[in-house]
Design a protein around this ligand. Structure first.
Ligand code: DCT
Ligand code: MG
Length: 399
């Protein structure tokens, strides 16, 4: 019996995923305990989470509860359920009994009972109640519109509005430009973007970048960099080795796309990045680099295998959401790590840095509070090394 894979993974402290399951199942087909050979960390940045989720029924339920807590501004509870869902996503095995989650981090007694209920009845009473709740459904619908956040959705709900036509017919509502485009292109941008479509957009933007700056650098990030097959948008980082030119690069890319007639919407946010002001007390979620939130027109002939189209749609184009962020080159590694996500992975990277290492991490920099200095990095690997973490590949960051 060759067990080198086992010792190798122990050396890497990698959860002994699929292989262990197969090994145990091959030898003892009736075995009911999961291969919890390696303890699961409470931090997502110490777990390897691929896109393969063996516990989707459970994690979907946990995420509905988390979202409902978010809608009710119960942040602590929301985060607790997001964390628990993330732990379950990292498992290389399917939970078949609630006892199996007993020793997992971030899953308390209530959550164990919830797992028990779902495993026994195939659903949770509380989740079903939330899904049929009018307020939940309405807020979910409104916040699914590009440019509509929870505050706005809540305001519309309190005014008695329940549907998109209600919003359109309400004379006192003045939609901003982003929301107008959000409603205008709702059908297209609420439909997922495929990997082929993301690659096609990559080609279009790459051509724009190189028409402007021959040594410009375009990098795919976000969910597609993590190996997802589908996303709600496509995220890219654009930068240039020329110091201070990155913001100009972005505005010129926008001009280029406009000239091509494919720019359906653009919200450009200039850079407010100032390294001398770091580290700020609140290492905020959104970074200060120049960025733009776009809606682009993608044509069928540009996409290998064609567009993701709604049934009965005869157009040969669709609208797609694209985000571009443009950091200075010496901030690239931090931006790449931050924008690759997942959000849960990022949250835990920062929490780990703060609580376990007395360091502050965000999309701009890593600051060591003990040494009172910034730690330089030219790659994601450098940042993991500074944090004393094993390197986690992008496709293992789907926490
Ligand atoms: N991000 C960030 N700060 C924010 C929002 C996002 O640093 N305020 C990071 C985390 C994930 C990444 O940017 C991309 O964000 P999304 O596109 O929302 O997430 P995604 O993982 O790409 O998901 P999807 O596949 O649905 O686009
Ligand atoms: Mg994305």
């Amino acid at each position: 019996l060759d067990i080198s894979w086992f010792t190798d993974s122990m050396k890497e402290r990698r959860p002994v995923a699929v292989e262990t399951k197969h090994l145990i199942q091959d030898v003892l087909p009736e075995v009911s305990t999961p291969p919890s050979v390696v303890a699961v960390s409470q931090y997502a940045c110490q777990r390897r989470t691929t896109t393969e989720n063996h516990n989707k029924t459970l994690t979907d339920a946990f995420e509905v509860l988390a979202e409902n807590y978010e809608f009710n501004e119960m942040e602590g509870q929301c985060l607790a359920f997001r964390r628990a869902a993330s732990v379950l996503k990292s498992l290389s095995w399917q939970v078949r009994s609630s006892h199996q989650v007993h020793d997992l981090p971030c899953l308390g007694e209530t959550m164990e009972e919830l797992v028990e209920e779902i495993l026994q009845y195939g659903r949770s009473f509380e989740v079903a109640k939330i899904l049929s709740d009018e307020r939940f459904q309405t807020l979910k619908g409104f916040t699914s519109v590009f440019g509509v956040g929870l505050k706005t959705a809540e305001k519309w709900y309190r005014r008695g509005l329940r549907t998109f036509p209600d919003v359109m017919a309400e004379p006192s509502i003045r939609l901003n430009r982003m929301q107008q485009s959000g409603f205008l292109h709702y059908g297209d941008i609420s439909r997922h973007v495929s990997k082929a479509e993301a690659l096609a957009l990559g080609n279009i933007i790459d051509e724009a970048v190189h028409a402007i700056a021959p040594n410009g650098i375009l990098t795919l990030t976000g969910g597609f960099r993590r190996g997802k097959e589908f996303g709600h948008d496509v995220d890219f980082i654009v930068t240039t080795p020329e110091r201070g030119q990155e913001e100009g690069l972005l505005t010129n890319i926008i001009k280029h796309l406009k000239h091509q007639g494919i720019l359906l919407f653009c919200d450009f946010q200039p850079s407010s990045f100032d390294l001398s002001k770091l580290p700020s007390h609140r290492f905020e979620a959104m970074d200060h680099f120049a960025k733009c939130f776009l809606i682009l027109k993608l044509e069928g002939h540009q996409v290998e295998g064609g567009l993701c189209r709604a049934e009965g749609d005869s157009r040969d184009w669709r609208a797609v959401r694209v985000d571009l962020v443009s950091p200075p080159l010496d901030r690239f590694a931090f931006t790449l790590l931050g924008w690759t996500g997942s959000r849960q992975f990022e949250r835990d990277l920062r929490r780990f840095a703060r609580l376990e290492r007395r360091m502050l991490l965000d999309n701009h920099a890593l600051f060591d509070k003990t040494k009172n200095e910034f730690l330089a990095a030219t790659s994601e690997k450098d940042i993991f090394a500074h944090l004393g973490l094993e390197y986690i590949e992008p496709w293992q960051r789907n926490a």
